[in-house]
Design a protein around this ligand. Structure first.
Ligand SMILES: [Ca+2]
Ligand SMILES: [Ca+2]
Ligand SMILES: [Ca+2]
Length: 359
């Protein structure tokens, strides 16, 4: 009995001490566990979103100009490619500033990318993109200019594989259509004003002539912007043609443009958007020669149909003709109609051959 009372007394004393400790700790402000560069929290999973707070966080001495009250995450790139990091989903919004660094400690960092305001609508939240190399460990900082946040949401996503000019997909055909998504795509440094969230295709002109490029089959419609360029890199682009809104119908802001291609030249097509991104981009390419050939086929088919109708009528007239004279005249007309039908058919055949060759 004596022992039990002693234990009870001891427990009460310990609890009191713990409470005192907790109270003094909160009164002195406890920085988050990932306050310092060296104690960065692992960022996982990727792609994904992590939650955090920078309330009572500090700036270490030697830390770069990356906002006050910084907190840190570390992440080793799982693949080489472009990634997008943002605080856009943080509610309530705050004036965040984010950075991506490599380096051994806070005072010896190499900045890979940094952003204060941008990419999250009209808020002061932050978005950046950077080209990661598989196996390299990166550190992400989230700081603030202004008040701290208890509800940081930091998201890391892989951008589309053809986000960058250099990573353009092969269009894969002389003409036809390809599908793509510019969801989470970015604008590279030095990229011309060709819409936000651009994705790229490359294409070598099989023949010289005029070509028609469009996003008209994109459903649902998006406010797309198209560009056609040549050049060795995104910093050395030569514009061949660009367009914003075309006449795809339905009052949409989809795009179409015509450009002149030179046989053997490699062109790059960019599809960007103004406003919402699209996961259902359809990019169609057709040569003017093919458009013309298809028109010619339609015309030739009409001519065949008309010639056939005339010939059928002429045949009936021959049957109906009573007198010898009328029969002879009708037969002559039938012969003429037959010849015209033959000519129309051979014109159609040649139009079809042209269409096959140019489409
Ligand atoms: Ca800090
Ligand atoms: Ca900001
Ligand atoms: Ca891009």
């Amino acid at each position: 009995m004596k022992d039990a009372r002693w234990i009870r007394t001891a427990i009460v004393a310990l609890a009191g001490a713990a409470l005192t400790l907790a109270l003094s700790a909160s009164a002195e402000a406890a920085p988050p566990p990932n306050d310092n560069y060296g104690s960065a929290t692992q960022f996982e999973p990727t792609p994904g979103t992590v939650l955090g707070t920078n309330v009572d966080a500090t700036r270490q001495s030697g830390e770069p100009q990356n906002g006050d009250s910084t907190v840190w995450w570390k992440w080793t790139a799982t693949e080489t490619g472009r990634f997008r990091l943002d605080t856009c989903q943080t509610v309530p919004s705050f004036d965040s500033v984010i950075g991506v660094y490599v380096g051994p400690n806070a005072a010896n960092l190499t900045e890979i990318a940094k952003n204060d305001d941008g990419g999250c609508g009209s808020s002061n939240l932050s978005t950046l993109s950077f080209d990661a190399i598989a196996g390299v460990e990166y550190r992400f900082s989230v700081g603030t200019f202004g008040s701290e946040s208890l509800n940081i949401r930091l998201s890391l996503r892989r951008t589309p594989l053809n986000d960058n000019y250099a990573a353009a997909y092969d269009f894969g055909a002389a003409q036809g259509s390809v599908r793509g998504s510019n969801f989470e795509a970015t604008r590279e440094l030095g990229e011309p004003r060709n819409g936000d969230a651009t994705i790229w295709w490359k294409w070598v002109a099989p023949t010289s002539g005029s070509y028609h490029l469009d996003t008209c089959d994109t459903v649902p419609a998006a406010d797309t912007y198209l560009g056609v360029y040549t050049g060795a890199s995104v910093a050395q682009l030569l514009e061949t043609a660009t367009a914003d809104d075309g006449s795809c119908g339905g009052g949409s802001a989809l795009t179409e443009l015509d450009f002149n291609a030179v046989q053997g030249t490699e062109y790059r097509f960019s599809v960007g958007t103004f406003g919402s991104e699209s996961q259902n981009i359809v990019l169609g390419l057709i040569s003017q020669a093919c458009i013309d050939a298809k028109k010619a086929v339609r015309k030739a088919k009409d001519k065949v149909a008309k010639a056939q109708a005339k010939y059928d009528k002429a045949k009936k007239k021959v049957k109906k003709a009573k007198s010898k004279n009328k029969k002879r005249k009708a037969k002559a007309a039938k012969k003429k109609a037959k010849k015209k039908l033959k000519n129309a058919n051979s014109a159609l055949e040649s139009a079809l051959a042209t269409s096959t060759a140019s489409c």
